[in-house]
Ligand binder design. Structure first.
Ligand code: 3HC
Length: 311
């Protein structure tokens, strides 16, 4: 007996296989994917700014070249993800405009300043490290175009994380001033990187449905724990201390005990009251406006090409 579109959708999800753009899908499934994928894309694009701040001031040509490559990768990640969201019927121009108008969310982590070079190490090690913990499971997300974009992105993220670790390691093997700079950056980025995983599970309105649809494979708190377990030995190797005096392994629960995260800070940043929210939006709007001539020239060139091929 032929199954209904709903049954076929449920069979795909139950079989752990992939929903593709042409497949029937519940409107709510489409909507939550557009929500998550567009916000993920916005995060990549805004994420170029904190690091872009140091490209002209990198301490060596090698560091400059690596940082430029990383920021260019983030732009590419944004484009893969905008393309994935477009397969769900969300136009690129609308996503771009929503971000510029301050109507779109992006990861809280990019609303913090990058005052020293050591921030480039802390971002690579902590922010890209957290992104890897969050993105590897997304390679198995039930929506095909999103899962495939993640496979490509995860390959580049591991380079991002390693170069960050390496920046901190060379600082920690340097002068006392360099060691203090590295520890200061870790102190400033540690807690915001834990907030990247989202609110506590019991305050996560999207998790239950996202996990039922196999978009989210592990809960916010579970990935946060996985991230901290990865960080502890790496912090020891670096010689930095993680700024949580209550962080300790609990043999009974098989998890790390940690201090309570400051969720008021998290919700403040989400509400646009973080240190850099206004600046990030201003810079994004300015880049879009000053790039208008490129888009017009490309459109004009495409028009002429089309005329030429018609002859
Ligand atoms: N920053 C901003 N908003 C956040 C957030 C954060 N750190 N954490 C959660 N939120 C928002 C959610 O978007 C949701 O709001 P919405 O319903 O308006 O979208 C609300 O807070 C409640 O959170 P939920 O846990 O219910 O939401 P999700 O189920 O969507 O889980 C998530 C949040 C884990 C971030 C999930 O959306 C996700 O995995 N997204 C894809 C990964 C992503 O966006 N990562 C950004 C990291 S930066 C990055 O990848 C760049 C890298 O190259 C460094």
């Amino acid at each position: 007996t032929s199954s209904t579109p709903e049954e076929r959708f449920e069979q795909i999800i139950a079989a752990d296989s992939r929903v593709e753009p042409r497949d029937w899908m519940p409107e709510a499934y489409r909507k939550t994917l557009i929500r998550q994928i567009s916000q993920h894309a916005h995060s990549e694009i805004i994420g170029m700014q904190p690091e872009g701040n140091w490209i002209t001031r990198a301490p060596s040509l090698k560091r400059k070249a690596i940082l430029m490559a990383k920021v260019q990768d983030e732009a590419g990640h944004g484009l893969y993800l905008y393309s994935a969201a477009q397969t769900l019927g969300m136009p690129r121009e609308q996503m771009t405009q929503d971000l510029i108008d301050g109507k779109a969310k992006y990861s809280s982590i990019f609303n913090y300043p990058t005052p020293t070079w050591a921030d480039m190490g802390a971002i690579g090690w902590l922010v890209d490290g957290a992104a890897i913990c969050n993105q590897v499971p997304l390679c198995r997300a039930s929506y095909g175009p999103y899962a495939r974009a993640m496979v490509r992105i995860c390959k580049e993220e591991s380079f991002h994380q390693r170069q960050g670790f390496e920046i901190l390691l060379s600082l920690m093997q340097g002068t006392d001033a360099q060691r203090r700079m590295a520890q200061d950056a870790v102190d400033r980025w540690y807690w915001p990187s834990l907030m990247m995983f989202g609110p506590p599970d019991e305050q996560s309105p999207n998790s239950a449905q996202s996990m039922a649809w196999k978009i989210k494979r592990f809960s916010n708190d579970e990935l946060r724990q996985r991230f901290v377990s990865m960080l502890v030995p790496q912090a020891e190797a670096l010689g930095v201390t993680l700024p949580d005096p209550n962080l300790r392994w609990n043999a009974e629960t098989g998890r790390y005990d940690m201090s309570e995260i400051d969720w008021t800070e998290f919700f403040d940043v989400l509400a646009g009251r973080g240190p850099m929210n206004a600046e990030r939006r201003r810079a994004r709007r300015e880049a879009h406006e000053s790039g208008a001539w490129v888009r017009e020239a490309a459109a004009e060139y495409a028009r002429k090409q089309a005329l030429r091929s018609e002859r």
